[in-house]
Write a protein that binds this ligand. Structure first.
Ligand code: DGY
Length: 323
């Protein structure tokens, strides 16, 4: 029997590409270019499975192409706001993602952002590299202590819980959160985490606010001018979730005027294009969407896609089916 034809839209880790080649008739993206709309459409017309990443926009224009052969989108990543799920359903496409395997790494990255911005690590590194450093002195580059402070989580899903664990057990932080679907009480007890009735209460009380909600229409600009103004002027905003959850212009204004003390960002509205003004501000740490970027995690994500495809092609329900 011939192997299913699978097209991946970006370069994946070598180990995963080798496994893909063993199992499927696979088309790799050797030069790792961003595929155009027409390339994505042709892929849907010529393969049984298309495997996009979170940086491919799989919208209705792409999905509504005629004469599709593809029956499954095996997405590499946990977020799926880059896929029009309604259009996928209307086109009878199964969609899968890769949850769980990137939880810890993404939480580690959120911790990295929090530590970097609180302790001015990006600024400090620039200072040393530019040879401006003249030596230790009591008032040089004073930052903010994180141990014992309050971490406010907007959304209390897998990644937020992992961050809460690290922050509470590693740094003695008090955890508060808002989530319409809170985790089980025993888990909250293990973190001594306290629920707040609204996101606004979390914003008002926290020293560090970390965002852990999905992207998409429902959370677009959830953190806007009004909500930023609720944060303490000494507080920091951490975003490792999705860029468009934050109104960038409002955040730039809050950072420029001292409305909040700083921000640590791994994701951006319209990434990879970043609002120019961020680049001029010292009180923001900017990373290039590295949440899941460890070799162990990226291999595990690829293997998770493969498991979903294998199940689908033998007629079983893929473990991580989204629609
Ligand atoms: C995801 O998987 O949704 C991340 O943003 C990429 O690691």
């Amino acid at each position: 029997m011939s192997k299913p034809r699978v097209i991946v839209t970006r370069k994946w880790p070598d180990q995963v590409e080798q496994t893909l080649q063993e199992l499927f008739d696979v088309q790799l993206n050797v030069d790792d270019h961003q595929m155009s709309v027409s390339e994505l459409q042709q892929a849907l017309q010529s393969a049984d499975a298309l495997c996009p990443t979170v940086s491919d926009s799989i919208n209705a224009e792409v999905l509504d192409v005629d004469s599709k052969q593809a029956r499954i989108l095996g997405s590499y990543g946990v977020g799926f706001n880059h896929i029009d799920l309604e259009a996928a359903k209307a086109n009878a496409l199964v969609v899968t993602n890769t949850p769980d395997v990137l939880t810890d790494c993404t939480a580690d990255l959120a911790m990295t952002l929090m530590l970097m911005i609180a302790r001015r690590a990006g600024e400090g590194e620039r200072h040393v590299r530019s040879k401006e450093w003249t030596g230790w002195r009591p008032t040089h580059m004073i930052g903010t202590k994180i141990t014992g402070k309050t971490l406010g989580l907007i959304g209390m899903g897998r990644i937020a819980r992992a961050m809460a664990h690290k922050a509470h057990h590693g740094f003695g932080m008090k955890i508060i959160f808002s989530d319409p679907y809170p985790p089980p009480q025993d888990l909250l007890d293990s973190l001594q985490a306290e629920s707040r009735d609204s996101m606004e209460e979390v914003l008002q009380e926290a020293d560090f606010v970390s965002l852990h909600c999905p992207g998409g229409k429902e959370t677009w600009h959830l953190i806007n001018e009004e909500r930023l103004a609720m944060m303490k002027s000494s507080a920091f905003l951490i975003n490792s979730a999705r860029g468009d959850v934050v109104d960038s212009q409002a955040l730039i204004e809050a950072l420029k005027t001292g409305g909040i003390a700083g921000a640590g960002l791994d994701v951006y509205e319209g990434e990879p294009n970043i609002a120019e003004e961020f680049l001029t501000l010292d009180n923001v740490v900017l990373l290039p969407h590295l949440g899941s970027a460890s070799m162990e995690t990226r291999v595990a994500m690829g293997m998770r896609v493969i498991d979903n495809l294998k199940a689908f092609f033998v007629g079983e329900e893929p473990h991580d089916r989204v629609v």
